[in-house]
Design a protein around this ligand. Sequence first.
Ligand code: NAD
Ligand code: UDX
Length: 460
Amino acid sequence: MIRNVLCIGAGYVGGPTMALIADRCPEVNVTVADINTQKIGQWNSDLLPVFEPGLDAVVKRARGRNLFFTELTPQSIAAAELIFICVNTPTKQYGEGAGMAADLQYWEKSARTILAHAKPGTVVVEKSTVPVRTAEAISRILNFERKGPHFQVLSNPEFLAEGSAVRDLEQPDRVLIGSELTEEGLAAARKLGWLYEHWVPKENILYTSVWSSELSKLTANAFLAQRVSSINAISALCEKTNADVTEISRAIGTDARIGPRFLEAGIGFGGSCFRKDILNLAYICGQFGLSEVGNYWMSVVRMNDYQISRFVKEILDRLFNTVADKKLAVFGFSFKPETNDTRDSPAIQVCTRLLQEQARLAISDPRALDNARKDLAGLPGDASSRVAYEPNPYLAAEGAHAIVLLTHWKDYKALDYERIYRSMQKPAFVFDGRNALDHERLFDLGFNVVPIGKSPRLHF
Ligand code: NAD
Ligand code: UDX
């Protein structure tokens, strides 16, 4: 039914999503284009720009067969019957709505490029996360000069989480397709649905209006982030009352109405989506005069910032009120395990604040050190010179006063902590920002252990 698909934007979403479509729909040619030529080079190499478990195999099966990574050309736009727009929509950093609204400049540029070269009748699919009613705006641009059958704009938000992107794409809880509720709109939605039906059961493909689809995406992220902030709020109370937040998560998670997922207390959520999408949601509420609703969602972000500040203050307090010139080993920098992505990682804020306190940091991470280097470049004063990037966690911990665990990579559980303890300054501390390690064992080895939302284990 469709022979040629184009995707504009070869990032964390565009690359893996299109690789999976190409893998599952061998009769469809899938071209993925990006203005970043270096990234296109990486997608065509053995070292993909995105680290995701299982992704290399999917790309290798389809690349060169019916999956092509290229620069964006007028020919590829003209050849496509269906065009996904999967460009970044970051928080706007300038002008009206700065710090809150989504920056739609990349989106709009893509739409204008499509208008210049696409065949009339091409279906345009917004996969980027966008404010409600963006499709309407894009549709106006695309249909300004109606040459023959006009462009249909669909909303098809992506729900994959990083680190499990391939699994999430292979077995999505649902695929959401929003369209105009006209004959042409519904026909366009069915075309897109046909692609997904290659591997997603029909009953898991939901059809809605465009506006509901756009708002569902922002709402899903806001709800997930809200759960993290809620359990983190309770973790602060646990620390004051000697209750244990892990026990509370287990106890409430068995209630079928609550469910067990997204109840892990920690140093707060990160990643390119949660903060950005809640800020955007709150901004939209403000635009519609719903300040109480906007404030409700903003409290989720405020709680997240509080959790990060609380964690840094705990480190300072426990390390005798100063970390100046003390070496601290940071375990993990990515915003979650199994990804090299560090966008809005809590590690950026934690490390920046520890550096402001004049600490010396040895940062370790299995995948994210290149991004960590970029994130911490250009800090004021001599801060950058006090950071070492050390892939080997044993070397990172050597001579350190404390281990600060920020990302719960499995590798960190399996380390020889007896050896690590011997190599550290005493008293040696572990600040477990993800409650990931075996606290009793670490305590028995001699460590002072400070978790989140439960009593610390201290030798004095
Ligand atoms: P990204 O920054 O990794 O990728 C976006 C890509 O678009 C970049 O490579 C950029 O060079 C390219 N681009 C920008 N303008 C372009 C243009 N005019 N022509 C061609 N290429 C262009 O971003 P991402 O993480 O893939 O996110 C993309 C969208 O998907 C965002 O709206 C995001 O909110 C949403 N989303 C992200 C995730 C996630 O886990 N990262 C999950 C669901 C939805
Ligand atoms: C999220 C959504 O889950 C996904 O559906 C959407 O498409 C994009 O945004 P992602 O940001 O990749 O995905 O990762 P996610 O697993 O949601 O984790 C986000 C952050 O919350 C991470 O920093 C993670 O460590 C934190 N988190 C998650 C917790 O602190 N506790 C939890 O229980 C769960």
